[in-house]
Design a protein around this ligand. Structure first.
Ligand code: NOJ
Length: 490
């Protein structure tokens, strides 16, 4: 199966490439840049939502699941994108949002019983929305109070009503018939809630994965998501998808993913995503993954919702993070710009995203021209100013992050689907073997001894290095031919 160890490149469509000069990325722009993605060695491209949307959550509030957002182009542009991608050997994944629609979706007016309603004149319970405030709002059409797990403009669908899975089955088939190869499925842990809509208890411990909004984090989400029968809803998505690739965004620690994986090909590992950049935390996350089963997790260290890698792992650890991501067994998701090491972008004033995520969605820097080659117009979000952080500059520099990504993606091919975590290494180090290949990374802030190896295949910072290295500095790592098992050198 192509996806078990695929490299999937995430495009944020508004910010990838603008082809028509309106300052907003579009499908024609993506199509023109697919050769960059194929040139990295990726197997597939996932686009964040491309559907019509009033844009209260930049596409995650869908008003028509069968269309293309007019800012992005037309259905014909999508067909063209899929055809060009396939010619380049890239599969195409769309981002399907089944938990909620836009408040402007015709379903909300025409099929109120497809949504979740309070039976009181007010909120049904104490649930809080992910981005703050109560999870219940008064319906503008005067039909009472509706549930929204996210923004008020995103009413939650009622997946206990069989007409909802039926409608989504039609949507999936519509896109599969057009040649799409699979879907990233948004916010799946929210698909089924407690049927009695009982209150969430007050949290007595920090949440298992970080939650930005303190009001939301103050409750333990035992009833507002992840209902015990959640697998039944996922099963209906699988039934419609056939053998197309389905990867779930399920915001739970690894041990909670099993019911979802009954029907999905993989779930993102948010446990590794949010592990602090220390050897101990990363090793713990990998240990949990091994218990679940390697190949069930899709590795991801960056996306459009969280600060970018230099902020999260620290500037000097970005290359080691890439080496970890791309050499673990299982699918690896690369967020646009990570191959250039782009940092958080400038924040527009006033902000566009109410949850403060604009800086993670800055337009892609292609060159050092105006608007960094993203658009000939005025970019919808301000672009980066850093010299050297653009595709053209890094293309010309064999020591760049870009070349590291390409080399690592080539090196991962053909590695066995197993992971042998080495125990006898320095406490700041994560090291593992996959067959005869050994990966060693220094996650700490001091120089540490490196495991002995036969030949370095790629060093994070020195592309020419082949001779074994005795030590690794902070943020350094290598992938090597292991040779015989030898203890760490002193
Ligand atoms: C997860 C998406 O990645 C995020 O951008 C969005 O705001 C929520 N789901 C709601 O759809």
């Amino acid at each position: 199966m192509w996806f078990r160890d695929a490299v999937v490149y995430q495009v944020y469509p508004r910010s990838f490439q603008d082809a028509d000069g309106d300052g907003i990325g579009d499908l024609k722009g993506i199509t023109a840049r697919l050769s960059h993605i194929a040139g990295l060695g990726a197997d597939a491209v996932w686009m964040s939502p491309t559907f019509p949307s009033p844009g209260f959550d930049w596409g995650y509030d869908v008003s028509d699941y069968r269309g293309v957002h007019p800012d992005f182009g037309t259905l014909a542009d999508m067909d063209e994108l899929v055809a060009v991608a396939h010619d380049l050997g890239l599969r195409v994944l769309l981002d399907l949002v089944p938990c909620h629609t836009s408040i402007e979706h015709p379903w909300f007016r025409e099929h109120p019983d497809w949504y979740v309603w309070s039976d009181r004149d007010g909120p049904q319970n104490n649930w809080r929305a992910t981005f703050g405030g109560p999870a219940w709002s008064k319906d503008p059409h005067g039909r009472g109070w509706y549930l929204h797990s996210f923004y008020p403009e995103q009413p939650d669908l009622d997946w206990r009503n069989p007409e909802v899975p039926r409608a989504f089955g039609d949507v999936l088939r519509f896109w599969l018939d057009r040649g799409v190869d699979g879907f990233r499925l948004d916010a799946l842990d929210r698909l089924l809630k407690d049927p009695e809509l009982r209150d969430d208890p007050v949290a007595t411990a920090p949440p298992p994965l970080p939650i930005g909004n303190p009001e939301h984090a103050a409750l333990e989400h035992v009833h507002s998501r992840d209902a015990p029968d959640i697998a039944s809803a996922i099963a209906s998505l699988r039934e419609a998808a056939g053998d197309a690739y389905l990867v779930g965004e399920v915001y739970l620690p690894t041990q909670g993913l099993a019911p979802y994986l009954e029907h999905l090909d993989a779930c993102f590992s948010f446990e590794l995503f949010h592990a602090g950049w220390t050897a101990a935390e990363v090793r713990d996350a990998l240990g949990q993954a091994e218990r679940l089963g390697l190949g069930e997790l899709a590795w991801v260290l960056s996306n459009h919702d969280f600060p970018r890698l230099p902020t999260r792992v620290g500037e000097r650890h970005v290359r080691a993070a890439a080496m970890l991501l791309l050499l673990l067994p299982g699918a690896a998701f690369v967020y646009q710009g990570d191959e250039l090491g782009v940092p958080d972008g400038p924040r527009p004033d006033p902000p566009l995203d109410r949850a403060g995520r604009d800086a993670y969605r800055t337009p892609m820097p292609w060159d050092d021209g105006p608007a960094r080659g993203f658009t000939t117009g005025t970019p919808w979000l301000p672009t980066y100013a850093q010299p050297g952080v653009d595709l053209a500059a890094q293309e010309a520099d064999p020591g760049s992050t870009l070349h590291l990504y390409r080399d690592l993606i080539a090196l991962r091919r053909g590695l066995p689907m197993d992971l042998d975590l080495l125990e006898d290494v320095h406490p700041d180090m994560v090291a593992f073997r996959r067959g005869d290949v050994l990966v060693a990374l220094n996650l700490g802030e001091q120089r540490v001894p490196a495991p002995a190896v036969q030949e370095v295949l790629r060093h994070t910072h020195d592309p020419e290095r082949r001779a074994p290295v005795g030590h690794l500095g902070p943020g350094e790592g290598f992938v090597a031919r292991a040779g015989s098992r030898a203890p760490a050198t002193g």
